[in-house]
Design a binder for this molecule. Sequence first.
Ligand SMILES: NC(=O)c1ccc[n+]([C@@H]2O[C@H](COP(=O)([O-])OP(=O)(O)OC[C@H]3O[C@@H](n4cnc5c(N)ncnc54)[C@H](OP(=O)(O)O)[C@@H]3O)[C@@H](O)[C@H]2O)c1
Length: 336
Amino acid sequence: MIKLGTIGTNWITERMIEAAHATGEYQLTAVYSRHEASGQEIAKGHEPATVYTDLEQFLSDPNVEVVYIASPNVLHYEQILQALQHDKNVIVEKPAVLTPYQYQSVMDELARHPQVRYFEAARNVHMPAFAAVRDYLSGLEMGVDGADFTFSQYSSRYDQVLAGHVSNVFNPQFGGGALTDLGIYPVYDAVSLFGVPERVAYYPTMISTGVDGKGTAILNYGDFDVTLNFSKLSNSTHNSEIYHGREIITFDSAGEVTEASIIRDNQRQILSQLYGKNPMIPEMTDFARVLKDPKQPENVSDYELWLEQMRNVNLVMSRLASSAGLEYPTKLEADE
Ligand SMILES: NC(=O)c1ccc[n+]([C@@H]2O[C@H](COP(=O)([O-])OP(=O)(O)OC[C@H]3O[C@@H](n4cnc5c(N)ncnc54)[C@H](OP(=O)(O)O)[C@@H]3O)[C@@H](O)[C@H]2O)c1
């Protein structure tokens, strides 16, 4: 069993632990929280997992092999570096880091710990439906004509914003905003399927807190464009579509990617059946495979591919942000 420690005690950590256990590969052994009570809530039912309120002690626990980081975006960079310096494998929530400089610094630290593995939890590109789309595209003789990817979910935390409370995900000091929170999923889709675009532009709608509440991004690949729509201020039931002559390759929201089809002459052919389980199971399964057998050739090449995708996504995210004049903080200046 891979011994798992967690940072962050919001719902996403509970969902990840449920997925990790569902794979049968992990055991929760330690929890870090700034508050004993929140840590105990996460650890409940996973005895004898240890709860820490001191990050250094948590990272020094020999009973932790991999650290899952689900703290606010702005804290990821320092926490990743600290975990690597303690020779812990790292699974970090998206966006792993906020700038290309941070990406490179993490890679430099990683190079000093060659036995350690580092993953960004971009769950959408580990879904079976995403693999089915990628495999289908790789068999096409002609390139695609374009794509539209959508991922919009009304955030209950926007209600808090409207009531005058700025939660972290809408706070510029925490690296919040629609691009970092939701936009990164369709960016991951596009970069994983088509590579790094030639030119990018991001058109955000800014909200009162100083972050982008929603936006449209255009990724230009020379002879085709990929348009990304994402919002935390409204919902959407739009499917995501890739255009290829008379065919449409379609999957559900760009962040979920739970099922995929091809539509040709109004006939639908299923590429991948609905995945109804916890959507973090596929990524946690992939990461366990690499952690358990890092030298196996397929695992080596998958891991290298994920690192390359991580770098390219980080680069595209940074170019999108710059195109709109958005800047992210490099560290947390003031606590909540
Ligand atoms: N993959 C997915 O589907 C998914 C879904 C949601 C979020 N995420 C990602 O998960 C990460 C966390 O998002 P979230 O919405 O859960 O964030 P959050 O609620 O703002 O914070 C997450 C945790 O970080 C700790 N924290 C909060 N504020 C802090 C501060 N000022 N200083 C130090 N620690 C602080 C808290 O844990 P303690 O109080 O216990 O220390 C909190 O439970 C983000 O990177 C987000 O993008 C991913």
